[in-house]
Design a protein around this ligand. Structure first.
Ligand SMILES: [Zn+2]
Length: 69
């Protein structure tokens, strides 16, 4: 279950909430009843070293030209 981070725009209260993917995002601050917004955590997740590389051997690719007889 993913953990979402919220921040209240009224009182500034920050908290995290465990929610299912299909749960509705929280909108009410548990402290003051104000509006909360989802906060996206700074990049702590890195997509690294997946060994992605291209094998372009440069050069013109032969394109079969369409000729209608
Ligand atoms: Zn609040």
């Amino acid at each position: 279950m993913p953990v979402y981070r919220y921040k209240c725009s009224d009182c500034g209260y920050e908290f995290t909430q465990r929610q299912n993917f299909d749960d509705k995002p929280l909108t009410v601050c548990p402290k003051c009843g104000g509006k909360v917004r989802k906060v996206y955590a700074p990049a702590s997740i890195q997509f690294k070293g997946s060994g992605f590389y291209r094998t372009d051997k440069g050069g013109a690719e032969k394109k079969p030209s369409k000729k209608g007889d």
